[in-house]
Design a protein. Structure first.
Length: 99
């Protein structure tokens, strides 16, 4: 076993060294940041429905009503991820104040 001698090392230096070592070790376990979805990527109806959390029937209804934009490639229907993100509408709530 290797012996370590701490001579003329301040307590603050040891704490900094321990903190840096822990940070380095923990960074190895962190998941990489997810990449932003490519807005031009085409996805299938099933993937689009899953992405939006909708059933296929509801996705079809939203497509017919123009809420979500679809693109046709021959006989296939595809959705652009950018269009799916843009179709999401933020709901604003109004807090009612007591009179």
């Amino acid at each position: 076993m290797e012996q370590v001698l701490f001579s003329q090392v301040s307590r603050a230096d040891i704490q900094d060294w321990i903190a840096q070592t822990i940070q380095q070790e923990l960074s190895a376990f962190r998941k990489p940041e997810p990449l932003a979805p490519d807005p031009d990527e085409l996805v299938t109806r099933k993937q689009a429905a899953k992405y939006l959390g909708l059933s296929l029937a509801t996705l079809h209804d939203y497509t017919v009503r123009g809420i979500v934009t679809a693109h046709r490639l021959g006989s296939r229907v595809r959705y652009r991820k950018g269009d799916l993100v843009n179709s999401l509408v933020q709901v604003r709530t109004v807090k009612h104040s007591a009179i």
